[in-house]
Design a protein around this ligand. Structure first.
Ligand code: C2E
Ligand code: CA
Ligand code: CA
Length: 510
């Protein structure tokens, strides 16, 4: 734009100057007849004038061509700039432009105490649309989502597409948290309405994470990271909902990252990872087995509980390695106690691996332990997502010789019909059922599970028995076995050996 404005004035002034000079020369010649110099001038001025006019004509032609060229260059430059800063498919801002605007907004926040919110959005079930209706429909969906988002925002807000089905919004000057929440809710409502894609209807949802930076806000990248963490929280909370960022979330994510790094190291070196063993007893109090439980003490992170480690291992692809470590260690310990069964917990992801029976079988053989001594504990959550496949997996493991126990039975996913459908060797009733503060429903459920279990020739044991009252509930209901701190907490391998010796000497003395 600037070039044409700059070039115009010199050429216009040159033309004006030529015309003025020509008029001046004509007037002078007419006034000074008889002067020899002027006579010469009179002879050549028509040629000079013609040349000047020709020059002006050529120059104006050149000028207009140049103007055209400059215009074209300017247009191309604008198009290139737009392309560099916008998403091709939707025409929305792209990540670099978003970051640029975010940094400008953050400057205003720091300087004037202005307010701003950043929202990270990720569509739910986008993959399903792509898979079932095709990529062209997926593209249409993304475009329509962009349109819907734009229609919810003000001129001063920015909406950007920052990935396949990921969007981000800069909400300018929200008055308070309520404003941000309202926008999130409107987005979820708008995206939840059906889309028509090439004549077919599709429904998706959206998970939203929002963050409102304070005056101490860092840069755009940091803010995007926080919005992303929050969005994943919304996804984990069941999708199609929003969350606002809190510092605790950040601490949790940092801790998770530290656990991942430390776990990689620990699996490489084997340092700090260990198993403890908790006794399992029959209804008469004789020890029949042990459950192997993961223990991990890290020099900087302290004791990291299995409930924290296992999900991290699943998320970062370390579960096979961790599972193999646990299984091998448990087999080695089992070898020292050949009369006891050894229970090993399998995580859901580990359980779903196709080659699992073969792999476990091989490790047990390498460690010189028979599969019949090993009991694999799986949880019922598996049945919810993989009901069909589960029957096959369980029967494969059982036909390889392993016993299979259903862990945490009664924790919300339970259905007594599962017991009829999936043949297992043992049911472990969750310790929440023994909550003696609210005993009535727990006892009724325990009694029902014992009845169904026994009808299926399945052993039923009560877990987390911590006192005599709970023991009474379990035994009165007809449980075949018990496990819990009342008998022994999880013990190191050496301490468990000592515990067994004490138990057997007491029995001998009795
Ligand atoms: P779980 O399989 O239900 O294991 C029993 C949990 O209850 C253990 O917690 C045990 O220490 C605890 N417990 C036992 N008796 C009592 C009691 O009387 N009172 C109370 N309050 N608690 C009792 P832990 O070791 O923290 O393990 C928690 C969960 O982590 C386990 O629940 C299991 O799901 C998982 N886990 C533990 N070790 C492993 C492992 O090696 N592999 C996998 N995949 N998961 C494991
Ligand atoms: Ca267990
Ligand atoms: Ca359990």
């Amino acid at each position: 734009m600037g070039y044409s404005r700059k070039l115009g004035p010199p050429i216009v002034s040159a033309a004006v100057a030529t015309i003025v000079l020509t008029n001046f020369a004509t007037v002078t010649i007419v006034k000074a007849q008889g002067d020899p110099g002027l006579e010469l001038f009179a002879a050549i001025w028509p040629i000079a004038l013609t040349s000047a006019v020709a020059i002006i004509l050529v120059m104006s032609f050149l000028y207009s061509s140049l103007l055209e060229l400059v215009h074209e260059l300017e247009n191309r430059e604008q198009a290139a700039q737009h392309q560099a800063m916008h998403d091709q498919l939707t025409g929305l801002a792209n990540r670099p432009l978003l970051e640029d605007r975010l940094n400008q907004a953050l400057t205003r926040v720091r300087r004037d105490g202005a307010s701003v919110a950043l929202l990270a959005l990720d569509l739910d079930r986008f993959k399903q649309v792509n898979d079932t209706l095709g990529h062209a429909a997926g593209d249409l969906l993304v475009q329509q989502v962009g349109e819907r988002l734009k229609s919810l925002l003000r001129e001063t807000d920015t909406v950007a597409r920052i990935g396949g089905d990921e969007f981000a919004i800069i909400q300018s000057a929200p008055k308070n948290e309520g404003d941000v929440r309202r926008l999130c809710a409107r987005i979820i409502e708008a995206i939840g309405e059906p889309f028509v894609l090439g004549g077919r209807e599709a429904r998706v949802g959206v998970s939203v994470g929002a963050v409102m930076p304070g005056r101490d806000a860092a840069d755009a990248a940091e803010l995007l990271r926080k919005a992303d963490i929050t969005m994943y929280r919304a996804k984990a909370a069941g999708r199609n909902c929003y969350r606002l960022f809190s510092e605790e979330m950040d601490a949790a994510v940092q801790r998770r990252d530290q656990v991942e790094i430390a776990l990689r190291e620990a699996l490489g070196s084997g340092d700090g990872l260990d198993l403890h063993f908790q006794a399992q007893l029959d209804a008469r109090g004789a020890v029949t087995g042990a459950e192997a439980l993961l223990r991990w003490r890290h020099p900087a992170l302290g004791d990291v509980a299995p409930r924290e480690v296992v999900p991290v291992a699943e998320e970062c692809g370390l579960i096979d390695q961790l599972g193999t470590f646990i299984f091998r260690r448990a087999c080695r310990a089992a070898k020292a106690w050949p009369n006891l069964s050894m229970a090993v917990n399998l995580s859901a992801m580990q359980f779903r691996r196709e080659d699992l029976p073969g792999r476990l079988h091989r490790i047990a053989a390498e460690e010189g332990v028979s599969c019949e001594q090993i009991e694999l504990e799986i949880t019922e959550k598996l049945f919810v997502d993989h009901s069909e496949a589960c029957e096959g997996w369980i029967s494969q493991l059982r036909s390889s010789g392993f016993r299979v126990a259903l862990d945490d039975f009664g924790t919300g996913y339970s259905s007594l019909s599962h017991l009829r459908r999936f043949q297992v060797d043992k049911i472990k009733l969750d310790r929440s059922l023994l909550d003696t503060a609210r005993p009535s429903d727990g006892i009724a459920f325990i009694a029902a599970a014992v009845t169904v279990g026994h009808a299926m020739q399945t052993e039923v044991v009560a877990e987390g028995v911590a006192n005599k009252a709970q023991e009474k509930v379990a035994l009165d209901a007809g449980c075949d076995g018990v496990q819990g701190n009342l008998y022994a907490p999880p013990l190191s391998e050496a301490d468990f050996g000592e515990f067994l010796k004490r138990k057997s000497s007491r029995r001998l003395a009795a």
